[in-house]
Design a protein around this ligand. Structure first.
Ligand SMILES: [Zn+2]
Length: 245
């Protein structure tokens, strides 16, 4: 998709002890393999500042950390691809990357579920993860259906934004039915569609679990980081406005 790989501005490799980066220059793709074994929820890496830096706007090189803040990874962690059965979780509240519920083995591909951090993405893409549970079209959580998000671990800001939208939809729906009773028009009902093009107006939570309340143990991982081109740039740039309104 992208015409050229990202030119890394950091010293590579940034995480040689835990991550092997494989770049296919011919196909403009990249992926990362684990060099470590971790138990479920084990600490893979910390998102320290530096090398991370704050970003107001999302780009292919950022991960969303709250409803209106993002961080530039500035390291090889940027080469962690999306998967619908991710091996890693970016916990943006604690600013750590942890192993998923299955733990991690050396050689496992390092992946995470992009909508778990991103509310919007400038370039949605068709996922090719090949998992039975593949969610298909991947975009920011704002544009994914409840079914697509069900069962996935999502960050606190994503839950909050989803809940907020549901509350607005419910309010719009109430308003619409009141208007309807009073002879309201279709246009007035349009707010629901604008607020959410896909999701149901009264769906319950996604059934996704919250992150485990585990404190990542310090020192389990080398705090230093690295660089490189990214498949995120290739497979789906993360961008766009973080706000739905
Ligand atoms: Zn998939």
């Amino acid at each position: 998709m992208a015409a050229s790989p990202l030119k890394p501005h950091w010293v590579q490799p940034s995480h040689p002890d835990i991550q092997e980066v494989i770049i296919n220059e011919a196909e403009f793709t990249s992926k990362s393999l684990s060099r470590v074994a971790l138990p479920p929820w084990g600490l893979f890496a910390r998102l320290d500042f530096p090398p991370c830096t704050l970003a107001r706007e999302p780009t292919y090189a950022t991960v969303q950390m709250s409803r209106d803040m993002h961080l530039n990874l500035n390291s090889d962690l940027l080469y962690i691809n999306h998967s619908c059965e991710p091996s890693l979780i970016f916990d943006m509240t604690r600013l750590v990357v942890i192993a998923g519920p299955k733990g991690l083995q050396p050689g496992d591909e390092l992946t995470f579920f992009y909508p778990s951090t991103e509310w919007t993405m400038a370039q949605p893409f068709d996922c090719l993860c090949g998992e039975k549970t593949c969610r298909g079209r991947i975009s920011g959580a704002a544009d994914m259906s409840d079914d697509q998000l069900r069962g996935m671990l999502l960050n606190k800001h994503i839950y909050e934004l989803l809940d907020e939208r549901k509350a607005l939809e419910a309010a719009a729906s109430r308003q619409a039915s009141e208007n309807g009773a009073a002879g309201g028009t279709e246009e007035e009902n349009g707010l629901t569609k604008k607020v959410n093009g896909k999701g149901s107006a009264n769906g319950s939570h996604h059934g996704a679990e919250k992150f485990p309340a585990q404190e990542a143990s310090p020192g389990a991982v080398d705090g230093s980081l690295r660089r490189g081109p990214t498949s995120r740039e290739l497979s789906g740039e993360m961008g766009g406005d973080t706000s739905v309104y």
